[in-house]
Design a protein around this ligand. Structure first.
Ligand code: XMP
Length: 515
């Protein structure tokens, strides 16, 4: 079991960021509820605790607090912002509203340049975001640093390994933040840096082998996306041909998608892959449907029918593998509160009938997306799969505005292929969160050769967004040259398109997809 830093999440917008920063320093970390008990922490093999920031004020009645017993465990504690205020208050300090709220950059003068503040040059640029501050300290505390507006900007306890910083070491604007976290993790918590992808995979493989008996089989729905691909590769590493993957070609995938999945998983990994070419069934379901949610509903239902039919043909199928990631686990409640209770089912398999009674296997549930990609590299997946942009479950059906027909799908597939080709060739693919084209249900007038074009000529919109988490997004300020090349190729190579436009809307108020 890896050493672990438990991060008590007091509601900070940066809580996940803290977890990632710790992991970047090769120490495993997990967000936990502030109500966690000392006994639960011991079970986690915690080497130290970080108390996150949060929006409340510690002197409010309803402010989140933690069990004071956590400070009696002898484990090192680093309180950040609200986390510092809570920690110091529990140990007798007085916290009140700061005379001036402090947001943004501040200059930190270091009083004690050792321990937590070791190897950091003073003054240091730090990022502040607080309205309250520790006003007076009991004499067991020693101030470590100050800023102009915050005389107690960092502290340590005289006798216990308890530390606090009013600024945010986890954000990149705090340039010394990484050094401070390393000081905490390595010098204070005594971590050994054992969180390493190779070790993680070995551990996850061992766990799958232990759960899945010799007569059991695991079913995995492969979508071709990075999460399900890494899940399949990892489980295959653990149990070989007792893994059965099911790939449903619903007819609204990218061009060549089935071939890519087959060559990767069947030819290269030698996985038992069942491909269901069900395009006709799906397109029949979509005939005449223009309403986006209805498209989603029909595709979802049909997927379940097809998946179920395959699943029933696999003898001994006891487990269903899913590519649930850590942010999904966090989103659906705190990660450290039992294993199965908080799982958010993947939209594709959430509706399987109750008599298909699977136990879930989710080997990636502790990983962030970038860690999943790293795991994919370790497992030997091709870069084309590891670095793919996300693709929605309902596929091109929600990028074809209006009715979905085989002809319109084929047109959009050709456009999509050109878009992705050109973005890759120009070196933009990895700088973009998601890039795609949308087929609009309108005709506009054009001129081709010497004639006017109108009937049967369509408009295609290009949508390229950059985003950290797909919750908010901005349109990509891509080179005009690249846009121009894409547009020219689409018009020359795809009959039926005589106009290309670029979408310059952010999310919010728009969404990423058009439907
Ligand atoms: P929106 O359009 O809501 O998209 O800004 C955010 C992210 O979610 C993807 N998306 C979907 N994924 N089923 C999926 O599996 C869906 O129905 C669906 N709708 C949107 C979208 O591609 C983007 O990455």
């Amino acid at each position: 079991m890896n050493q672990c830093i438990a991060i008590l999440d007091f509601g900070s917008q940066y809580a996940q960021l803290i977890a990632r920063r710790v992991r970047e320093n090769r120490v495993f970390s997990r967000l936990v509820s502030p109500t966690i008990s000392p006994a639960e922490l011991r079970e986690m093999n915690a080497a130290g605790l970080i108390f996150s920031g949060g929006p409340a004020s510690v002197y409010e009645q309803s402010a989140p607090r933690c069990d004071p017993g956590l400070l009696e465990l002898g484990l090192p504690v680093l309180g950040i912002c609200y986390g510092m205020q809570v920690t110091c208050q529990l140990l007798g300090a007085h916290v009140e509203a700061a005379p001036a709220r402090e947001y943004g950059r501040a200059k930190l003068d270091i009083i004690e340049p050792a321990g937590l503040m070791g190897r950091i040059n003073s003054p240091a640029g730090v990022w502040m975001s607080h309205g309250d501050m520790v006003h007076t300290l009991p004499e067991e505390f020693i101030p470590l640093a100050r800023t102009a507006n915050c005389p107690i900007a960092a502290v340590r306890h005289r006798d216990r390994p308890v530390f606090g910083v009013q600024f945010h070491p986890e954000v990149t604007h705090t340039a010394c933040g990484s050094q401070l976290l390393r000081n905490f993790l390595y010098d204070i918590c005594g971590c050994s840096g054992d969180w390493e992808m190779g070790n993680f995979i070995a551990g996850a493989v061992a766990e799958v082998r232990q759960r899945v008996g010799p007569e059991d089989r695991v079913i995995c729905g492969l979508s071709g996306g990075v999460d399900s691909s890494v899940t399949a590769a990892l489980i295959h590493e653990a149990i070989g041909d007792r893994l059965v993957c099911i790939f449903v070609d619903n007819g609204v995938l990218r061009k060549g998608e089935a071939a890519l999945v087959e060559s990767t998983f069947r030819d290269h990994f030698r996985i038992d892959l069942r491909v269901d070419r069900a395009a006709d069934r799906f397109l029949a379901q979509l005939a005449g449907v223009v309403e986006p949610q209805e498209k989603r509903r029909r595709i979802g239902h049909e997927f379940i029918r097809v998946f179920e039919r395959h699943a029933r043909t696999v003898p001994g199928a006891r487990f269903l593998a899913q590519g649930t990631l850590y942010p999904d686990v966090i989103e659906s409640g705190h990660g450290y509160s039992g294993h199965a209770a908080n799982i958010k089912l993947h939209h594709n398999v959430g509706g399987l009938p109750a008599d298909l009674d699977f136990e879930l296997i989710e080997p990636l549930r502790d990983l962030f997306k970038d860690e999943v990609r790293l795991a994919g590299e370790h497992l030997g997946l091709p870069a084309e799969i590891i670095w793919r942009h996300p693709f929605p479950g309902p596929g091109l059906a929600v990028r074809i505005i209006g009715e979905v027909t085989a002809e319109r799908v084929a047109l959009l597939q050709s456009v999509d292929e050109i878009v992705i080709d050109e973005i890759r060739a120009a070196g933009w693919y990895r700088k973009i969160g998601q890039a795609f084209a949308v087929l609009l249900p309108i005709s506009t007038v054009g001129v081709m050769g010497d004639g006017r074009s109108y009937e049967g000529q369509h408009v295609v919109a290009l949508r390229f967004v950059e985003t950290a988490d797909f919750m908010t997004a901005d349109w990509v300020h891509i080179d005009y040259e690249v846009l121009g090349r894409i547009s020219t190729r689409i018009m020359n190579e795809v009959p039926g398109v005589n106009r290309v436009v670029y979408d310059v809307s952010s999310k919010p108020p728009s969404t990423i997809e058009w439907e």
